[in-house]
Design a protein around this ligand. Sequence first.
Ligand SMILES: NC(=O)c1ccc[n+]([C@@H]2O[C@H](COP(=O)([O-])OP(=O)(O)OC[C@H]3O[C@@H](n4cnc5c(N)ncnc54)[C@H](OP(=O)(O)O)[C@@H]3O)[C@@H](O)[C@H]2O)c1
Length: 347
Amino acid sequence: MALNVTVVGVGLVGEAIVSCLKQRNFPCNWPPRVAATRERPETLAGEKMLVQETSAEVFQGADLVLFAGQEGAKGASVTWRETAEKAGAWCIDNGRDFRLADDVPLVVPEVNADAIGETTRFIASPNCSTIQLVVALAPLHREARLTRIIAATYQATSGWGMKGPQELRKQTPGALENQTDIEFDPGVFARPIAFNCIPHIDRFVDADYTREEWKMVHETRKILGDARVRISATAVRVPVFVGHGEAVWIETEKKLSADAAREILRGAPGVVVIDEPDGEGMRTYPTQLDLVNPEYAGMTLVGRIREDTSCAGGLAMYIVADNIRKGAALNVVQVAEILLQRGHLKA
Ligand SMILES: NC(=O)c1ccc[n+]([C@@H]2O[C@H](COP(=O)([O-])OP(=O)(O)OC[C@H]3O[C@@H](n4cnc5c(N)ncnc54)[C@H](OP(=O)(O)O)[C@@H]3O)[C@@H](O)[C@H]2O)c1
């Protein structure tokens, strides 16, 4: 018997969830029920589907609800979580609203699938920049215990949702013509994004850090199950369509050489190490554009692994992943696959 799946939100992440369900042959009745703020026909994953207006009806009979709507008080999961749970569905949420709640597991399958308990019905998926960070760092933490993480991110415009890449496209022709007064929507990015980098993602909150930066601190500690790790991040929006890059410096309790870290990461689930000498004084390394290579689909790419010469027991590296796939849609579908494997969902 196939499962009834409802996807709430059909923006960049919602559409990618529908694609992942299809590509991975997830055992659900096809097409899944899809819902957003208003009803309309839409092409998702190459198929025409009727998007319903989200109401109690779309949760009736659902075995699994995947939330990919906007966040906050009027957002999809805050508005509809209770209705979905009362309907008996397992829920997996992409947004930030419940990630840090004590009774909500925050799950990256490669790292902490065991956080899903017998009584869990609602699971959160971390922020995109946190997911790729922990996929790469958890294996090193297990081996050598991380004491400190410093991260500088290079985050794609699609991290903002549909309007992000639209802003980049809209501004680019003018920027190419050397316009100095590029028109931009400050409701999307606070400065022009074409040919620019903006050290500001989400709103400024405590200690002059942004909420995006604090997400990385709190979510990483929760997923690693270690509140002692000291973490500081600077999150930067860059004029890239898809894929986040992260320059990361770590300190560990037990010293790890760069070679040992490469070896651990080569055997780590969901990780591809791209860090080889090419014989001409160059090395291979990952970039956001490499994510189009089907071999790397859904993987976290790690390169530039080297000892940090500024401190004892430190390593530096560069981490790249697709923020829409591994950073959101694929992660929630992988969590759903775990629910199947464990018999919580029965197809
Ligand atoms: N983009 C990323 O890289 C990324 C990564 C990790 C997590 N996330 C999270 O994933 C979620 C979706 O992000 P996105 O990038 O796909 O955003 P998006 O492209 O802006 O799409 C948002 C979707 O949510 C729907 N929606 C908004 N409020 C709703 C409500 N109250 N009830 C039902 N549907 C509602 C919208 O409906 P309409 O189409 O009708 O307007 C739209 O389909 C957000 O919580 C985001 O923080 C995103």
